[in-house]
Design a protein around this ligand. Structure first.
Ligand SMILES: [Zn+2]
Length: 288
């Protein structure tokens, strides 16, 4: 849904609340504290009184909307803007678009990213694996190319990121403490089914993958980018999207929050053909 569709589908605060309640409870409001369905509606406040544990609750408890006083319409519009922004949206831009302060927009973005976190199944089949560097100060932005022997030169203020991509399917990525064999291979082992065929470049940390997987290597140092089906171009395309987002919009992404930005980009990529991505995201906002 684009923002016009969101605006038309949810013209009032009450429409949004009704939709959230339906998505979360399927019309059976359930106490988030004791799981009881024995409740009495308090319709004026959009709350319910739990007759079992004697507390009251609303659909916001335990969701990304908890303890905020913002209109749900602004939340819904913000979610739609994030989902439709291929390269992400900055807090400053979101603040202008939905008329909130920059701090509020930043908080909303962080919470929306929480709803965009996925627990992917193990990837299998043909897998591209690669590592890159993101963030950092301007002067180091272009120093993340690998040298001929596959040695990285990330720059001290850049953060390494490891990713794996199943061809024609999903990507999974996260920040890494380094690009050692131990770090890269343990990420791959935890997220890729054994017996899969993994494509990497010649970076030495990938040596030894052949113990559990098929391992094909594209030799960038020999001027090779593609050798038949052996390449990591799909994942490199994802890296360039992520980096343009991080550089263009977030200027300096603190390493502390980097995984949240990465989750956002992975979620959009993995749902690129999902026509129900808005409904899925709303579902995740109330089912964390
Ligand atoms: Zn209760």
């Amino acid at each position: 849904m684009n923002i016009v569709q969101v605006y038309r589908t949810f013209p009032t605060q009450q429409n949004c609340i009704d939709y959230l309640e339906k998505v979360r409870w399927n019309n059976k409001p359930t106490c988030p504290y004791c799981k009881s369905e024995n409740q009495t509606p308090l319709p004026k406040e959009n709350r319910y009184h739990c007759n079992t544990c004697n507390t009251s609750f609303s659909v916001m408890v335990g969701t990304i909307f908890e303890n905020t006083k913002l209109d749900f319409q602004k939340w819904f519009l913000a979610i739609s803007l994030v989902l439709n922004a291929k390269k992400g949206i900055s807090a400053r831009q979101l603040a202008r678009d939905i008329e909130v302060t920059k701090d509020t927009a930043w908080l909303m973005l962080m919470r929306i990213r929480t709803a965009m976190t996925e627990n992917c199944d193990l990837l299998e089949g043909i897998i591209e694996a690669d590592e890159t560097y993101v963030g950092g100060k301007n002067k180091n932005r272009h120093t993340n190319k690998k040298t001929k022997d596959g040695q990285d030169r990330g720059g001290e203020d850049k953060t390494p990121v490891i990713g794996i991509l199943e061809r024609g399917s999903k990507v999974s990525a996260q920040k890494a403490k380094d690009t050692s064999g131990e770090t890269l291979k343990s990420f791959i082992n935890m997220n890729v089914k054994s017996g899969s065929q993994i494509m990497t470049d010649e970076w030495r940390s990938y040596n030894g993958l052949a113990l559990l997987y098929g391992h094909s290597i594209v030799k960038h140092s020999m001027g090779e980018n593609v050798n038949g089906a052996v390449h990591i171009n799909t994942l490199e395309g994802f890296w360039s999207l992520l980096k343009r987002g991080v550089i263009g919009l977030y200027h300096y992404v603190s390493s502390k929050y980097l995984n949240k930005y990465i989750d956002e980009f992975c979620f959009r990529y993995n749902n690129r053909e999902n026509v129900n991505i808005f409904d899925l995201t709303i579902f995740k906002t109330v089912n964390l």
